[in-house]
Design a protein around this ligand. Structure first.
Ligand code: NAI
Length: 335
């Protein structure tokens, strides 16, 4: 079956890792029709717009994208294009599986958890202003509809995939209304939808401490937007870093797949980036569109390459000396 996928190379290491993911996906699943689209700082330089209209229109039409990272300037400049895309297409659930991989040595051996992050509300609403000089206000938005929607998604996800437990991280002891609402919706969705799935609550500071002490106790984590962002990177650190954690942004009728990592300006253009996180995001995409055989083949190929623990077949961030291309070639040979 043929599929049309919008491909956003993005900024920094984005073009390198999207090229790698595309090569691997084309080899495993021939017949993908790719539409390459501009977005991010690179698009601003070339087209005068960080999110050109034709990018929005193509995603509107095809409802499926694989996206490289997009740079967002710190403390000034344009608003995050990632946040704009998530809001525009109502991609309310970020799903980020984090698991120990064969041949990637870390402090932990048995991590297998999924971070589910609310993707459209919280402090990412972008509602900030200066009240008087020297005093700024940043609004954290939580709606019952938004909190119920992500809690419903998390419990359905857990039930459908046979996961044993959902843990909600919150700070409802301090943010009694906003995090209180998030927690309340998680409790009621658990009771209504998935009483057979275990449910736990953790105040987020304690939750983070427990994550680094004993990550295997966790299964699915449910978090509001900012907490989900921070905890995703923390979890990446448990299994080998940002080079090995994929992700998806899911809405009711549109999905954008991307790695958790950013544009990594420190290594951009040097052929050093680990393409695996984006290749794994491609595997999630293929599963999403029913191409699970191709997805399985890619997964088996990179698992086999990693299991050999050959430094010539893995990038620097996971203990090797391979370039982005050499690592990709090794995966392609295994396919
Ligand atoms: P980052 O994730 O780009 O980099 C953090 C560290 O991890 C760097 O040392 C980098 O070299 C390393 N790293 C990241 N991905 C890697 C990979 N695939 N292979 C090997 N090493 C890798 O985070 P940072 O530096 O905080 O952000 C840089 C830019 O990326 C910012 O403009 C930020 O806004 C943007 N960003 C974009 C995201 C997206 O498009 N979804 C997500 C996170 C950040």
């Amino acid at each position: 079956m043929s599929h049309t996928i919008c491909l956003i190379p993005g900024d920094g290491i984005g073009p390198e890792v999207t090229r790698a993911a595309r090569r691997v996906m084309d080899a495993a699943c021939p017949g993908i029709d790719w539409i390459e689209l501009p977005a991010g700082a690179a698009a601003a330089a070339e087209f005068g717009d960080v999110l050109p209209e034709r990018t929005i229109e193509a995603i509107e039409e095809h409802r499926l994208a694989l996206k490289g990272p997009l740079t967002t300037p710190v403390g000034h400049g344009f608003a995050s294009v990632n946040v704009r895309l998530r809001k525009h297409f109502n991609l309310y659930a970020a799903v980020r599986p984090v698991r120990s991989m064969p041949g990637i040595r870390t402090r932990y051996e048995d991590v297998d958890l999924v971070v589910i992050r609310e993707n459209t509300e919280g402090l990412y609403s972008g509602l900030e202003h200066e009240v008087v000089p020297g005093v700024v206000e940043s609004l954290k938005i939580a709606t019952r509809a938004g909190c119920e929607r992500i809690a419903r998604f998390a419990f359905r996800y857990a039930r459908e995939r046979g996961r044993r437990k959902v843990t909600v991280f919150h700070k409802a002891n301090i943010m009694k209304l906003s995090d209180g609402l998030f927690l309340d919706c998680a409790r009621s969705m658990h009771a209504a939808l998935a009483s057979e799935v275990e449910f736990e609550e953790r105040i987020i500071d304690n939750g983070c401490m427990q994550l680094v002490r004993d990550p295997a106790q966790f299964d699915v984590l449910l978090l509001e937007n900012l907490y989900g962002d921070v905890v995703s990177d923390l979890c990446a650190g448990l299994v080998g870093g940002l080079g090995v954690v994929p992700g998806s942004n899911i809405g009711d009728d549109c999905a954008v797949f991307e790695a958790v990592h950013g544009s990594a300006p420190d290594i951009a253009g040097k052929n050093l980036a680990n393409p695996l996180a984006l290749i794994m995001s491609g595997v999630m995409l293929l599963n999403h569109i029913g191409e699970s055989r191709s997805a399985e083949r890619i997964k088996a190929a990179y698992d086999a390459v990693l299991a050999r623990e050959n430094p010539a077949e893995r990038t620097r961030d996971i203990g090797g000396r391979a370039t982005t291309e050499a690592f990709t070639d090794a995966i392609l040979r295994r396919l």
